[in-house]
Write a protein that binds this ligand. Structure first.
Ligand code: AP5
Ligand code: MG
Length: 224
């Protein structure tokens, strides 16, 4: 059958989670966010959660070995048979190489380009519903009732790693370790046509970005 394996790349606060929600719903494929998985583990106080809590709060990366094991287990699950959308993994070269080594062949890589100044503004206004991962922004995407999730009415919170100093550290880590993945996938595309690489201006309105991504994906006619 048809399978759709997508990856969203981009700095913290680029809008990966926001776009992932719309795209995964459109194609009925699971949205796999390693950040959401780690936050769920922290909330449930599992060994993984206890191990990652301080690392995330400091804006650093959880080790490649842990993340690779986590993602291998996740994409082996039955709901990933028709494809999936990765958000937040890979974010280092060893993580990207692990996908290749495990014959996880991505169909599309979508990179959201957003300047650092825009990111700081986006992240400072972000509020999340922890249980579902749904994301809001006090100005750009406000909930219907302030501080409450639209679907469940549950409370919205700020992420612990969304303080400005931590955001700057996350951005530094992105520029050091993750930004180069854009080149990595662009080279794969130029060499053998897989995965198809799409770069999008992520500083536009969220719904415009969604429209553009869906246009690109349907243009390549993997789906009707
Ligand atoms: P993770 O949760 O993945 O965080 P991140 O990559 O820093 O990205 P964010 O979730 O902050 O941003 P986003 O791009 O999803 O933007 P969003 O849509 O929310 O990872 C957290 C931590 O976990 C890492 O720092 C690391 O410690 C650890 N970790 C995770 N994966 C790992 C891995 N593979 N290896 C090692 N460690 C790992 O949007 C942001 C805000 O802007 C929202 O308020 C939204 O409403 C708003 N917004 C979105 N789009 C627009 C738009 N177009 N216009 C205006 N506002 C917008
Ligand atoms: Mg996110």
């Amino acid at each position: 059958g048809i399978s759709m394996k997508l990856l969203l790349l981009g700095p913290p606060g680029a809008g990966k989670g926001t776009q992932a929600q719309a795209i995964s719903a459109h194609f009925s494929i699971p949205h796999i966010s390693t950040g959401d998985m780690l936050r769920a583990a922290i909330k449930a106080d599992t060994p993984l959660g206890r191990e990652s809590k301080k690392i995330i709060a400091a804006g650093e990366l959880v080790s490649d070995n842990i993340m690779i094991a986590l993602i291998k287990e996740r994409i082996a699950q039955g709901d990933c048979k028709q494809g999936f959308l990765l958000d937040g993994f890979p974010r280092t070269l060893p993580q990207a190489e692990a996908l290749v080594a495990n014959q996880v062949n991505l169909d599309f890589v979508i990179e959201l380009k957003v300047p650092d100044e825009v990111i700081v503004e986006r992240i400072s206004g972000r509020r999340i519903h922890l249980a579902s991962g749904r994301t809001y922004h006090i100005r750009f995407h406000p909930p219907k009732i302030p501080g409450k999730d639209d679907v469940t009415g549950g409370s919205l919170v700020q992420r612990e790693d969304d303080k400005e100093a931590t955001v700057r550290q996350r951005l530094a880590v992105y520029h050091q370790q993750s930004e180069l993945l854009g080149n990595f996938y662009q080279k794969c595309y130029q060499a053998d046509g897989q995965p198809i690489y799409i770069k999008i201006d992520g500083a536009q309105a969220a719904n415009k970005i969604t429209d553009k991504i869906l246009q690109y994906l349907t243009h390549h006619r993997l789906f009707t």
